[in-house]
Design a protein around this ligand. Structure first.
Ligand code: C2E
Ligand code: MG
Ligand code: MG
Ligand code: MG
Length: 283
C-alpha cells in the first residue's frame, strides 16, 4: 500500500495502475459496481504437504475481471478497497464464493483446507465471527477446514476487537494463519495468546533459502517458532526443486508456490480420482 495522506486528507496513490487521486476515486466507484455486478472472480492456488507433495489445501485469491482493463490482480484494487471500507463486503463475497466452491470439491471426497485472506477491517466489524460460523453451518464444511489468513502487518496494529474476533474464530475451530511472516513489525508478544494454527513464511526469505545463509537462519527460526507455538510452518513462493528440498529437510510442514501450481480458476483444479493428480500442479 503506497497511498499517502496529503494535508487535505486526500489519498495520493502511487501504486501500479493508479497514478493520481482521480484514478483512485474512479477505482472505488467502479469497484462498488463490480461487487454488485459480480465482476470479481476467485483463483485457487494449491498448498502441498512436505515432504511428499500431496495437495492438502487451496488458497482463494481474488481477481477483478474489469470490463475495460482486463483481469486485474489484487494489488491493483485492494488498496482502494481497504481505504474505502469496500474490503468488508468484498471479503464477505470471497468467503461466500469460496465456501460454495469448497462444497463442490468436498463432494468429490477431497479433504482439502480452504484458505481465505481477511483484512483487519473485517475483524473489527461486530458479529464477523458469527457471520463466518453461520456460513460454515450453512455449507456443512467443518470449521477446521477453513483457514483465515491475516497478514503479520495487520496483526501488528491489532486492536482489542481484532484480538477478540480471532479468539472467537479460533474457539470455534477455524484455522488462523499469520500471512507474510517476517516482513511486518510484529513484536512476538502479539502472537502470544492467539489461537494461531499456521505461520506462512514470506517468500522474500524463501526465494533464496537454498543458497543464502541468512535466509536459512531466518527460515529455520520461523519453523521452530511455529512448532513451539503448536502451529504448522508453511513456506510461500516455492519456485525451485532445490528450495523445496531444503524446506523439507528443515522440517517445514507445507509449501505453496509456482513449483506446485499457479493460482487458477476453480474448474481447472479438477481432480483425477485414480492418481490424485491435480491439473495445474507440477510435482
Ligand atoms: P498472499 O496471500 O501472500 O498470496 C500469495 C501471493 O503470491 C499471490 O499473489 C500469489 O499469486 C503469489 N504467488 C504464489 N506463489 C508464488 C511464487 O511461487 N512466486 C511468486 N513470485 N509469487 C507467488 P496475488 O494473487 O497477486 O495476491 C497478492 C496479495 O493480495 C495476497 O498475498 C493477499 O495478501 C492479497 N489478497 C488476495 N486475495 C485476497 C482476498 O480475497 N482478500 C484479501 N483481503 N486479500 C487478498
Ligand atoms: Mg495469503
Ligand atoms: Mg502470503
Ligand atoms: Mg505474500
Amino acid at each position: 500500500y503506497q497511498g499517502k495522506r496529503g494535508a487535505a486528507g486526500i489519498v495520493v496513490y502511487s501504486g501500479d495502475g493508479a497514478g493520481h487521486p482521480h484514478q483512485w476515486l474512479v477505482i472505488q466507484a467502479e469497484l462498488r459496481h463490480a461487487l454488485e455486478r459480480e465482476e470479481l472472480i476467485l483463483h485457487y492456488q494449491p498448498k502441498v504437504a512436505l515432504p511428499g507433495g500431496e495437495v492438502c489445501g487451496v488458497e482463494a485469491l481474488v481477481r477483478w475481471q474489469h470490463p475495460q482493463r482486463g483481469l486485474l490482480p489484487p494489488g491493483e484494487f485492494l488498496p482502494a478497497a481497504e481505504h474505502s471500507g469496500l474490503i468488508v463486503p468484498l471479503t464477505e463475497w470471497v468467503l461466500r464464493r469460496a465456501l460454495a466452491d469448497q462444497v463442490g470439491w468436498a463432494a468429490t471426497g477431497k479433504e482439502w483446507t480452504l484458505s481465505v485472506n481477511v483484512s483487519p477491517r473485517n475483524l473489527e466489524v461486530p458479529g464477523f465471527p458469527e457471520f463466518v460460523e453461520e456460513l460454515l453451518v450453512a455449507s456443512g464444511i467443518p470449521p477446521h477446514r477453513l483457514i483465515l489468513e491475516i497478514t503479520e502487518t495487520a496483526l501488528a496494529g491489532d486492536t482489542d476487537e481484532v484480538v477478540r474476533a480471532i479468539t472467537e474464530l479460533g474457539r470455534y475451530g477455524i484455522g488462523i494463519s499469520v500471512d507474510d511472516f517476517g516482513t511486518g513489525y510484529t513484536s512476538l508478544s502479539h502472537l502470544r495468546g492467539l489461537p494461531i494454527t499456521e505461520i506462512k513464511i514470506d517468500r522474500a526469505f524463501v526465494a533464496d533459502v537454498a543458497r543464502d545463509q541468512q535466509s536459512q537462519a531466518i527460515v529455520r527460526s520461523v519453523i521452530e517458532l511455529a512448532h513451539g507455538l503448536g502451529s504448522r510452518a508453511t513456506a510461500e513462493g516455492v519456485e525451485t526443486p532445490e528450495v523445496r528440498r531444503w524446506l523439507a529437510e528443515a522440517g517445514c510442514d507445507e509449501a505453496q508456490g509456482y513449483l506446485f501450481g499457479r493460482p487458477v480458476p476453480w474448474p481447472q483444479i479438477s481432480v483425477n480420482e485414480q492418481t490424485a493428480h491435480v491439473e495445474g500442479v507440477t510435482r
